[in-house]
Design a protein around this ligand. Structure first.
Ligand SMILES: [Fe+2]
Ligand SMILES: [Fe+2]
Length: 158
């Protein structure tokens, strides 16, 4: 695997999702700070591939990428308390999985990536290498996005 190949694969999968599902709606929902769910999910996909390549892990890159792109496919504004039933942190993996299942025939690996990405908050142990990678990449991305907000707030003296 090379960076060029996985970048091309990611672009291809994004295009495919945009053409066949409600994927573009994720652009409208904010994940952390100013990062949309769309941008966040793409970041997680890039980082997941980077991790797999760096440690030379034998993974299915297509499934890794699709799982990463769909891991937060919950399709609501989680900051809006009226938009969901509460406990977003615990419940959104299941919601994302249900939404994804409606539009795609998910493989076991993709399903596991989506359902287990909040481990250890959600106490279901990821089963596949791909699920562990996305779980880690998600935490790294979320931390970076939150640090960026803090830096910006400090810079403007809030
Ligand atoms: Fe998530
Ligand atoms: Fe996420």
């Amino acid at each position: 695997m090379t960076k060029e190949i996985y970048e091309e694969l990611i672009e291809k999968e994004i295009e495919e999702l945009e053409n066949t599902s409600r994927y573009e709606e994720t652009k409208e929902f904010i994940q952390h700070g100013e990062t949309s769910v769309y941008e966040h999910s793409i970041k997680v996909a890039y980082l997941s591939c980077e991790i797999a390549m760096k440690y030379n892990l034998k993974v299915d890159y297509k499934l890794l990428i699709r799982g990463a792109l769909l891991h937060d496919y919950f399709l609501y504004d989680w900051h809006d308390r009226k938009a969901h039933d509460g406990w977003h942190g615990f419940r959104h993996p299941k919601r994302a999985w249900e939404n994804a299942k409606k539009e795609f025939s998910l493989t076991k690996v993709e399903g596991d990536i989506i359902l287990k990405h909040m481990f250890p908050l959600v106490p279901f142990l990821p089963k596949y290498k791909e699920s562990w990678i996305v779980c880690m990449a998600d935490k790294i991305s979320a931390t970076t996005e939150t640090v960026e907000i803090l830096k910006r707030r400090i810079a403007i003296g809030m």
